[in-house]
Design a protein. Sequence first.
Length: 127
Amino acid sequence: ALLQEVMPIDPGGLEAAPHLTDLAGRIADSIVGYFLRSIVGLDVAHFPERGAEREVDYVLTVGQQRIPLEVKYRRRVGFDDTRGLRGFLEHTVYNAPFGVLVTQTDDVQIDDPRIAVLPLSSFLLLK
């Protein structure tokens, strides 16, 4: 049964159990949401897909600025995976100076200086 199974979310554990990668991604997304909501005074929202605008996992509001945050917990993250973040950043009405991409490993390269890439393990140390 799934509830009795050990669920690896570390990159090494997922390499040994690649069939659990999708589930690990969902768990990582939930961990990030729980972590963000545990920060007192931080306004956290979900940005659902709206017409041509893509979904963003979390939007943090700090003062008058917004910070979009996307979780892509997989071995390879490509240009397509940042469409939601980039789309949000391009709308000046959202007043978002940068976005955050939470990943599985620290070797992800994104060719957009507006997007800060952090592995989940480092992100969870920020509090």
